[in-house]
Every structure is written in C-alpha cells, then in structure tokens.
Design a protein around this ligand. Structure first.
Ligand SMILES: C[S@@+](CC[C@H](N)C(=O)[O-])C[C@H]1O[C@@H](n2cnc3c(N)ncnc32)[C@H](O)[C@@H]1O
Length: 265
C-alpha cells in the first residue's frame, strides 16, 4: 500500500505512475517492443522511473537507460531501482536533446527509444523535435524501434484560438481520473488488509488529489505552459522525416492520447 499523504509532488507522481490510467498507455508501449526489444533500450524523460522499471522487469535480457534532466527525480528513480534489485537499468542525468553526444561519447547504439508522456517537453519550434528524431535515427541500429506515447492536440500551432476546444476535450478527464484512481486505490487497500472504512477514506483522498492535479495539467496543456504537444499528424511527420518507417500512428483513447511507432529500415 502506498503512503496516504505524500510530502512532495514527485512522491505523488510515483503513485500516479502506478495507476490504471497511466499504466494503460505504458503497458501498450512496453508490449509494442516485443518480441525482440533488442539489447539497448533508451527511455527518454524517465521521470521517477515508472516506465523504465517496468521495461527492465519485462525485458530482463535488455539493458535500459533512463534519461532524465532533473537530478532530484533521478534520485527517487534510482532508489526505486535499487529497491527492486534491477541490474539491467541505469539512470543518467542528461538533457534528452543532447542524447547524440552521450551516445557518441559512450559508443552506444540503441535498439529502441521510448517516450512516455515526455516528447511534448521538447520546446518549439518543431525543428527541435525533428533534430532529436534525426539524431536517434542516425545512431540507432537498423531495425531499431521508436515508440512515442503521449497527449496530442486537435490542431497545430495558433493554440490560443483553439483554447476552448482543447479545454472542452479535456473537460471529462479529471472526473475519469477520479474514478480510475478511486477504484484502483480502494481495491489495493482492501487487498492489503485495510478495513472498508479506512480504505474508503484513503481512496477518496487519493482520487481527489489526482483529480485536482489532472485539472491543472489540462489547463496547462491548453495554454501550452511548459508543454509543446503536437497533433497526431505532426508527431508522425517528425519521425517519418527523420527516416523511420511508420508502423502505427493511432489514438489510444478519447481523452487525447496517441501512440506513434516507427522502425529504422
Ligand atoms: C511525465 S514525466 C514522464 C515519466 C516517464 N516517462 C514514465 O513514463 O514513467 C516527463 C519527464 O520528462 C522530463 N524531461 C523534460 N524535459 C526533458 C529533457 N529535455 N531531457 C530529459 N528529461 C526531460 C521531466 O523532468 C519529467 O520527469
């Protein structure tokens, strides 16, 4: 059972990374690497390590490198890795836009590059995302896969005039998150031996907090504060332009998330 009251936002993010909502996208991304994930998998923007840890557990014969630019977050991810006893996973403190320098210096050629809710952190103009895609293409082994799972926007650029439309699209999301987390946490608490009364209390606190964060995230996304999401066709274009053959480019749910996968021929 997770702690009921988290002291930092990062700790709470660990909890979010374990919820059904987050996991459903993560699970698809991980399964898309099967049956042959290759020897070296990069997870770019690895945060507190939820996806990197899941990858390391699923693909024991692969080595996973989680790339993250915030030291305090890496500390948490590293503690979790140690707690899980995973030897095929490491975290590096690095701006993902500098991945090419890192790979060249270490003489590494990845077989897969995975982004889970992180590609939109690369700032505009879109050329910066295209540069990263080209760098990965040039340094990956042939047959290497790229998998991007994240939120998309309905229309490109000129975001302000479409503000209300995006908000409309996001309107139901906080409520969905409330329900997902309530049930996830309630059942987990009961399974952990907690009384019904206490489990109910815990689940409601967690679900309320998640709903609040989700609402804030939605508003941030609509205003594009610190986030630079693309439309699905822009996202596909970024990887296609770099030389990847697109395997799938599809929405995964009705709340505005999608997955794009490509392979280096
Ligand atoms: C929503 S979290 C994704 C978490 C992780 N991918 C997972 O699924 O568990 C996005 C992460 O990307 C990181 N990030 C943002 N810009 C970055 C950059 N330029 N280089 C490396 N990491 C970055 C943020 O610090 C944040 O921890």
């Amino acid at each position: 059972m997770s702690e009921i009251f988290f002291t930092t936002e990062e700790e709470f993010n660990i909890f979010l990374g374990e919820t059904e909502h987050y996991r459903s996208l993560q699970d698809k991304v991980i399964r898309l690497l099967a049956p042959d994930p290759g020897r070296l998998i990069l997870e770019l923007g690895s945060g507190v390590g939820a996806t990197a840890i899941a990858l390391a557990k699923c693909y024991r014969d692969s080595h996973i490198i989680g790339v993250e630019n915030r030291r305090e977050v890496i500390k948490i991810a590293e503690e979790r890795r140690r707690g899980e006893g995973l030897k095929n996973l490491e975290f590096v403190e690095l701006d993902m836009e500098r991945i090419a320098d890192f790979l060249r210096e270490k003489e590494l050629r990845p077989d897969a590059a995975v982004f889970v809710y992180s590609f939109h952190h690369i700032q505009d103009p879109i050329e910066r995302k295209k540069q990263l895609a080209r760098d990965l293409f040039s340094l990956m082994n042939s047959g290497g896969k790229v998998i991007v799972g994240e939120g998309i926007v309905p229309v490109p650029g000129g975001h302000k005039e479409y503000y209300s439309r995006v908000l409309e699209q996001e309107r139901e999301r906080p409520e969905r998150v409330y329900l997902t987390i309530f049930w996830e946490e309630y059942l987990r608490a009961l399974e952990g031996g907690m009384s019904h009364k206490k489990a109910l209390e815990v689940a409601r606190v967690m679900a309320k907090r998640a709903k609040k964060l989700e609402r804030l995230a939605g508003i941030k996304l609509a205003k594009r504060e610190g986030e630079y999401p693309l439309t699905l066709s822009e996202l596909e274009e970024v990887w296609k332009d770099a030389g990847f053959k697109i395997l799938v480019s599809e929405r995964v749910n009705t709340i505005g998330e999608a997955i794009v996968t490509g392979i280096k021929p």
